[in-house]
Design a protein around this ligand. Structure first.
Ligand code: MLT
Length: 311
């Protein structure tokens, strides 16, 4: 039996090859031009599975009445572009590729932290304008500083490991990890976030975005951090309250922020993005050749395995 798999976002060649070479899979690629909601609904009527990245949004409207569709695979971690309750109601299984992005996202977090600490972005822009401004770009050394890591899953732990190599002190908050496991990574574990924040000269978040983590770091919590602290978000926009962060940076309480993710992407509200001590990138955490190949191959293997096992 031939299983039809629809791909609506760019997948690496290695990932597509897994699907192309499977005699039980019929691959349908619809990446260019981007499908409208109506076209996506139509394509899904003849699909057994779909593989997406972050460019396709599977809303209730799209998923409603899709009786042939059995599985959605997100090549990546975040499934916030899929209406999971709507998929579940239709009996459609939603899967992701939790591991492939880890190292690239952790490396991007470290890159953002170091670039922020040493004003790499503005210093480079200033040289491009023909200037040589040493004094205003004096930075801050990371060795000896305390970083708080919120969320000690795959990425959080990979970030902590790298911070340890930078001779930083690491405190961590995660309600689910054991203190033994945290200690193995050199992390002093806190069960109470508000108790940890006054220690954090830097803070990085690595949780998913849920109603519980939305605005987890709000004005009140930023006020608990030491004056001059710096904040990094390479996880999901909205975990840090963007307005509160802009206020705290403008007031000088927070010395800088490094953000790869935004509540709305691309952000329409640009106050935060335009602040000189806020370093931003357009959701590049997983954007490396290596990570994209890993997640694409993993996603293709997951969907082929699922469809051929569940005939
Ligand atoms: C992910 O959830 O896998 C990453 O944030 C990357 C992405 O969304 O493209």
């Amino acid at each position: 039996m031939l299983h039809r798999v629809l791909v609506t976002d760019n997948l690496s060649a290695a990932g597509l090859k897994v699907l192309e070479e499977n005699p039980e899979i019929e691959l349908v690629i619809k990446t260019d031009p981007k499908l409208s909601v109506e076209q996506l609904r139509e394509e899904l009527q003849d699909a057994d599975g779909i593989v997406i990245r972050s460019g396709t949004t599977l809303t209730e409207e799209v998923l409603e009445g899709q009786s042939r569709l059995k599985a959605i695979v997100r090549a990546g971690v975040g499934v916030d572009n899929i209406d999971i309750p709507a998929a579940t109601r239709q009996g459609i299984v939603v899967m992701n590729t939790p591991a492939g992005n880890t190292i690239s996202t952790a490396e991007h977090t470290i890159a953002m932290m170091m670039a922020m600490a040493r004003n790499i972005g503005p210093a480079s822009a200033s040289m491009r304008e023909g200037k040589w401004e040493k004094k205003i770009f004096t930075g801050t050394q990371l060795a000896g500083k305390t970083i708080g890591v919120i969320g000690l899953g795959r990425v959080g732990l990979a970030v902590a490991q790298r911070c340890l190599g930078l001779e930083m002190r690491i405190v961590g908050y995660d309600p689910f990890i054991s203190s033994e496991r945290a200690n193995e990574f050199g992390i002093e574990l806190y069960r109470d976030l508000d108790e940890m924040l006054p220690k954090c000269e830097l803070l990085t978040v690595h949780t998913t975005m849920t109603p519980e983590t939305k605005n987890l770091i709000n004005a009140e919590r930023m006020a608990k951090m030491p004056k001059g602290a710096r904040i990094i978000n390479c996880a999901r926009g909205g975990i840090i309250d963007e307005d509160a962060l802009a206020d705290a940076v403008e007031s000088g309480h927070i010395a800088g922020a490094a953000l790869d993710v935004f509540l709305q992407e691309p952000p329409k509200e640009t106050r935060l993005v335009k602040l000189p001590s806020v370093l931003t990138t357009p959701h590049l955490g997983a954007s490396t050749d290596e990570a994209q190949e890993l997640v694409a191959v993993e996603a293709s293997e997951i969907i082929s395995g699922f469809l051929t096992r569940n005939e």
